[in-house]
Write a protein that binds this ligand. Structure first.
Ligand SMILES: Cc1ncc(COP(=O)(O)O)c(C=O)c1O
Length: 383
């Protein structure tokens, strides 16, 4: 199928129960916040769901054999990572996964470490799980966000049991290099930490010369202390279908993880499995076209933001999220200000970084262009 025009379609999402669009239901504010895209999923996913719906029975469902095979084969092919089928633990979402991981590593009163800025549930999961939160800021070096291992080493306390890691990183859009991942592995081994590697954005790579490396694929030692979280939800734009998985090579961690889930985390819904299977099996050409489209949006955004005084952004290597530094605009509450200008960003404060805004550019170029026109006008009006 030719995807020309597929991503340019403006699909009406108002009054469809969309969290993203309902926030500004009766207001002229373009929603550029929560991480879902305004695109239709791959046609193969839509067809598979239609077929499933036509069958008409929606009973309790386990993961289809074919889906397991597809995932195992995919990880082998993409990353040369051989996983055993019993390492897979199904989850209704990655946020539940983050919270289950927090309760799996260590005991009540222990601490979990993460880098800031970070996707907000990383900041809330430890507290919700009776763990302390410890943070270490990322640093901007040569226009690139990086981990600083001196800061990380200093942040570790005797109670720290877990490192909550995100790669590709939300919100900075970084794809960590193999050398950086090796540093993460060494750091976690030195401090005897379990690592939760959230790799939900691993398929959304916008630079053709970069590749994703699952942290656990580095070597056996790091695999034994890593809980990897993945899902087709961001890639194929179906987070509302709730289907994700953890990969846990270590038997002790896996057993504990499953025990924490027991009786609390529900089965995956039947349609989620159907969609995941169709997406991974048949969504390749759609994904290729999506990535080209997103890269075009990213380039447009970068070019337009570069021309604005008071706003900077680092190159977005992956994801459809841009991390804007607006400190120099001198605004007291940037997110609230831009809402008055018709732009609904995510507030950096929620990511542990006030003075930043996160912009979701997973939308038709026409909408992004309109948003950029509003941004230019708004910045121009600031005294
Ligand atoms: C890094 C990261 N983890 C997890 C999630 C959410 O996962 P889920 O919707 O499966 O709970 C997101 C959504 O934006 C994310 O960016």
């Amino acid at each position: 199928m030719d995807y020309k025009g597929y991503f340019d379609r403006e699909i009406e999402r108002r009054n469809t129960g969309s969290i993203k669009w309902d926030r500004y239901k009766d207001k002229d504010i373009i929603p550029l916040w929560v991480a879902d895209m305004d695109f239709a999923s791959p046609p193969a996913v839509i067809e598979a769901l239609q077929q499933h719906a036509a069958h008409g029975v929606f009973g309790y469902t386990h993961a289809p054999e074919e889906l397991l095979e597809i995932i195992i084969h995919r990880l082998q092919k993409l990353y040369n990572w051989a996983i055993a089928r019993d390492w897979l633990v199904w989850l209704p979402g990655l946020v539940s996964g983050l919270n289950v991981v927090c309760r799996t590593a260590g005991d009540d009163g222990d601490a979990a470490l993460t880098n800031t800025p970070i996707y907000p549930p990383f900041l809330s999961a430890p507290g919700l799980s009776r763990r302390k939160l410890v943070t270490a800021d990322l640093c901007k070096v040569n226009n690139r966000w990086e981990m600083d291992f001196d800061i990380l080493n200093n942040a570790v306390t005797p109670e720290t049991r877990l490192f909550l890691f995100c790669n590709p990183h939300n919100p900075t859009g970084r794809i960590y290099t193999k050398a950086e991942l090796q540093q993460v592995a060494t750091f976690c081994e030195q401090h005897d930490l379990v690592i939760c590697s959230d790799e939900i954005h691993c398929d959304l790579l916008l630079d053709a010369d970069k590749r994703h490396i699952p942290l656990a694929s580095l070597d056996e030692a790091i695999a034994q202390r890593t809980i990897t979280l993945m899902a087709p939800s961001k890639t194929y734009n179906m987070p509302g279908l709730g289907c994700a998985f953890a990969i846990i090579p270590n038997a002790y961690l896996r057993t504990k993880f499953r025990r924490v889930m027991e009786g609390i985390v529900p089965y995956i819904n039947a349609l989620g499995y159907t969609a995941a299977q169709a997406a991974y099996r048949d969504g390749g050409p759609w994904l290729e076209a999506l990535l080209a489209y997103l890269a075009g949006n990213r380039d447009l955004l970068q070019e337009r933001v570069a021309a604005l005084p008071g706003i900077t952004m680092t190159p977005v290597q992956a994801t459809y999220l841009a991390w804007l530094d607006v400190h120099d605009l001198g605004l007291e509450n940037p997110a609230a200000f831009f809402e008055t200008q018709g732009l609904g960003f995510s507030d950096g404060a929620e990511f542990g970084a006030p003075g930043f805004l996160r912009l979701n550019f997973g939308c038709p170029r026409s909408l992004l262009t309109e948003a950029l026109n509003r941004l230019e006008k708004a910045v121009g009006a600031i005294k």
